[in-house]
Ligand binder design. Structure first.
Ligand SMILES: C[S@@+](CC[C@H](N)C(=O)[O-])C[C@H]1O[C@@H](n2cnc3c(N)ncnc32)[C@H](O)[C@@H]1O
Length: 281
């Protein structure tokens, strides 16, 4: 017999030994998911005895996490801007940096009466679904080359009740929306240089989809295509909002400038690293 508190202590120790940076927090997230309770509940019920089935599952998940599997894939959920997103190994796990991109776009469009937005590379739908909740007047189209990812995005759109204003289309970049007109194009494209993929941490390189990570030889392949192929749309969107990897802001700004965008803003993350390029005509 083991209590909630003891199970968490053992799991935290095991995860710390495995090099996980926030062992206690992740142990709590895993146990809370198994018990279908909040993390606050775990504190309020620290002395409660865990059932055998729950403890067995917890031990298995902690072992898998210690071996590198991301906790979000184990629980099947990840919070993004306070909203719960379903995630499977078909989609990139939404990252906190991407919240900067969503906040910048929402701020830019708050006063716009009926924006039509295009997201390239929907993944779990974290960006498109969150924008749909923040901008009730917006119509959003989100494209992804992975139909498996779009299935997850569709579930998230349905769960968060924005399905009516979000169209999910399979295809390569602008191909599914050729000749259409949008207020803005938003993207967090794959941006890791191909040669760096093998140096990523195990939880990323062994578990997250390569199609969501590989940005070509210099990591900039998608930014080149996103800016050059804009001519496939009926008109240039009023602005582009692009998440960028570390060290890519100057090159991506230059690509936007070359595509005719004159006013370019680089938005930094909390560490001061430029993470988002907002380029206006
Ligand atoms: C870095 S992930 C971003 C996922 C999600 N938007 C987010 O921010 O969490 C990039 C996404 O681009 C998609 N993708 C890769 N190549 C693509 C292409 N040629 N056309 C459209 N989408 C593509 C991947 O399947 C993946 O879902």
């Amino acid at each position: 017999m083991i209590t909630v508190k003891e199970a968490l202590q053992r799991a935290s120790f095991q995860l710390r030994e495995a090099g996980i940076t926030a062992p206690r927090r992740e142990a709590e997230i895993l146990l809370a998911a198994i018990l279908e309770k909040s993390r606050a509940w775990l504190y309020a019920h620290a002395d409660e005895i865990l059932g055998n089935a729950a403890y067995l599952q917890f031990r298995q998940w902690v072992k898998r996490r210690a071996e590198g599997e991301p906790y979000a894939y184990l629980c099947g959920e990840r919070e993004f801007m306070g909203l719960p997103f379903l995630v499977t190994p078909a989609v990139l796990i939404p990252r906190p940096e991407t919240e900067i991109l969503v906040e910048a776009v929402a701020e830019e469009l708050r006063e716009c009466p009926n924006p039509k937005l295009l997201e390239i590379g929907a993944g779990s739908g974290a960006i498109a679904v969150t924008l749909a909740t923040l901008l009730p007047q917006a119509e959003i189209v989100a494209v992804d080359i992975s139909t498996a990812a779009l299935e997850v995005a569709a579930l998230n759109a349905e769960r968060l009740r924005v399905g009516k204003r979000l169209r999910l289309l399979p295809g390569d970049l602008y191909a599914p929306v050729r000749g259409q007109k949008f207020t803005a194009v938003i993207s967090n494209p794959p941006y890791i240089p191909t040669k760096d993929l093998t140096n990523l941490t195990k939880d990323v390189k062994d578990y997250e989809p390569q199609v969501a990570l590989d940005g070509g030889p210099d990591g900039l392949a998608f930014y080149r295509r996103l800016t050059v192929e804009l001519k496939e749309l009926a008109a240039a969107p009023r602005f582009l909002a692009l998440e960028v990897g570390q060290g890519q802001a100057a090159s991506v700004s230059a690509l936007c400038h070359h595509a005719g965008y004159q006013k370019i803003k680089k938005i930094p993350d909390l560490a001061g690293i430029p993470r988002v390029i907002l380029a206006k005509l």
